[in-house]
Design a binder for this molecule. Structure first.
Ligand code: PT1
Length: 280
């Protein structure tokens, strides 16, 4: 019997490893799912094995790309991509599996096969999503996004991005609690690159402490994103050092979970940071 229970000790940071089962992932181009939509389960399991050996605590399975410009996929397609992979991981490994989805049906079906967390870039705003997560008694990551992936980078604008992200996350957390999701099962994420210019992203990054003061565990995803590309003037495959630098800075500003593609490199950096950190 699967209990869907998720517990991590947040006295040190954790790594959430990205496992894309999409044909159009922004980072790996979709090696786990080919253009004929065949999912390569054994390749996915090999990747999970290496992520866990490198120090990941959570495997984040995603069947719909949410990078800037991405188009949504149908729910059946998403189910076909995600559920078999989650099931195979849970059967074979003792790992926490999270599912990157906004769809109530995918939430329910993923929980049924053993996922312990829903990572939603739309903060459970789709009709029925809060109810599905509450029924499944599953942990949820509520992320801030301005717009939809297809159009969010066209002209992002805020009066005060830090205030707006903070009040949005508080409001969504309140709605989730009211809808029956236990407070201790709620995590938050400012959503770097989701309807934000470089300046918005940097301002939010400088204020991560303020978001962590809301009292929810905080997830941060910056791995290989264009904010690093803009700072460095470098393409996707040359953003590793920038990514680990931001991972370290995020943890220093209160992040509890770092969502990354490069698990081994991030784990080393966080271990070194932890060793140097003065005990309080
Ligand atoms: C994230 C995140 C996510 N990011 C959470 N889930 C993506 N909780 C998917 C770019 O600017 O940060 N937190 N799920 C990936 N999305 C993007 C966004 C990828 C922006 C790339 C960019 O390059």
């Amino acid at each position: 019997m699967k209990t869907n229970s998720f517990s991590l000790n947040f006295s040190s940071p954790h790594i959430m490893a990205v496992l894309n089962v999409t044909p159009d992932s922004f980072f790996d181009g979709g090696i786990l799912c080919d253009r004929n939509h065949q999912i390569n389960i054994s390749l996915a399991l090999e990747k999970v094995d290496s992520y866990l050996k490198s120090g990941a605590s959570i495997i984040d399975v995603g069947g719909e790309s949410t990078r800037p410009g991405a188009e949504p996929v149908g729910v059946n397609e998403e189910l076909d991509r995600v559920v078999p992979v989650v099931e195979a991981i849970v059967e074979r490994f003792d790992a926490f599996v999270s599912v990157d989805t906004s769809s109530p049906l995918v939430i329910t079906e993923s929980a049924n096969v053993g996922a312990v967390m829903i990572n939603d870039v739309r903060a459970l705003s789709r009709k029925g999503a809060v109810e599905a997560a509450a029924m499944a008694n599953i942990s949820v990551v509520l992320m801030h996004m301005n717009g939809e992936p297809a159009n969010m980078q066209l002209a992002p604008s805020y009066k005060d991005e830090v205030d707006e992200v903070k009040s949005f996350l508080l409001e969504r957390a309140g709605i989730c609690e009211f809808g029956g999701i236990e407070r201790k099962k709620i995590l938050i994420d400012p959503g770097f690159g989701f309807g934000k210019t470089l300046e918005h992203n940097l301002q939010l990054f400088r204020s991560l402490n303020k978001l962590s003061e809301l009292g929810f565990p905080m997830v941060v995803g910056v791995s290989r994103k264009s904010m690093i590309g803009e700072i460095l003037g470098k393409p996707l495959d040359e953003r590793l050092f920038g990514s680990v630098a931001l991972a370290m800075l995020a943890v220093q500003r209160g992040a509890n979970i770092i969502r990354v593609h490069d698990v081994a490199a991030t784990a080393d950096v966080l271990k070194v940071l932890h060793a140097v950190k003065e005990e309080i």
